[in-house]
Ligand binder design. Structure first.
Ligand SMILES: *Cc1c(COP(=O)(O)O)cnc(C)c1O
Length: 220
């Protein structure tokens, strides 16, 4: 079936609750495809590689809101920080401190989510749930006034078993609520969970941002 990118965006948008942002994951997809989405009204796009983000940001309309969702190395912060409206993938305290360092030097504030390891795969980047709790209870965030922690991001196990996915999303949601209720974090209000294969479950479990690639752009 030859459904257009615009039609796919419309179909997904139609079923989204108002409080959920549709983030179009455009990594590995062409600038032409992104422009099709843009012409359909899509403004939030996500990339996972530095070079690709820089090129696309240079070539595409300036009112696109770029998100970064890939593993970020500290030496790439200086090029990503001026472009990204939100970094979803802050996966270590060292990276958070490097972001603080950079933002302080530039008199800027950077919007971030802390990436939590919720999947069974051990290869995925991110904080352990326990480390997130310790991060806040030890008030590490207060030492990073230029890093605005806007919430959490997670990726569920890549499985067809819905109960596993639901359990993992449920766990990150509970952690999110716990942090939000325990600490005074005025900007902590985003939960970035849900991809093409599992966003329906993620929305039921409290997602505020779904990151959708293949269901919009097709397979890579
Ligand atoms: C690629 C990617 C997505 C989108 O995945 P799809 O299955 O194509 O929707 C979402 N989140 C992250 C972190 C990704 O790397």
């Amino acid at each position: 079936m030859n459904t257009s990118i615009a039609a796919r965006i419309a179909a997904i948008s139609k079923e989204l609750p108002e409080h959920v942002l549709l983030l179009a994951v455009s990594k590995y997809h062409s600038e032409e495809s992104i422009m099709q989405a843009y012409m359909a009204g899509q403004r939030h796009f996500a990339e996972s590689r530095q070079q690709e983000l820089l090129r696309k940001a240079r070539n595409l309309p300036p009112d696109i809101q770029w998100h970064f969702i890939g593993h970020l190395q500290s030496n790439k912060i200086k090029t990503i920080a001026p472009i990204a409206c939100l970094i979803h993938s802050v996966d270590s305290e060292n990276l958070a401190m490097a972001l603080e360092q950079h933002s302080m030097q530039h008199n800027a504030t950077i919007n971030c989510l802390l990436q939590v390891r919720i999947a069974q795969e051990t290869t995925k980047f991110g904080f352990l749930m326990e480390d997130i709790k310790n991060f806040f209870s030890q008030q590490k965030h207060l030492a990073m006034p230029h890093v605005r922690i806007c919430g959490l991001m997670g990726m569920a196990t890549n499985t067809a078993e819905h109960h596993i996915i639901r359990r993992e999303f449920h766990a990150i949601r509970a952690l999110y609520d716990d942090i939000k209720n325990t600490h005074h974090l005025p900007h902590f209000n985003q939960l970035s969970i849900g991809m093409s294969s599992d966003y329906h479950i993620a929305i039921e479990e409290g997602s505020t941002i779904i990151r959708i690639g293949s269901s919009i752009f097709g397979d890579r």
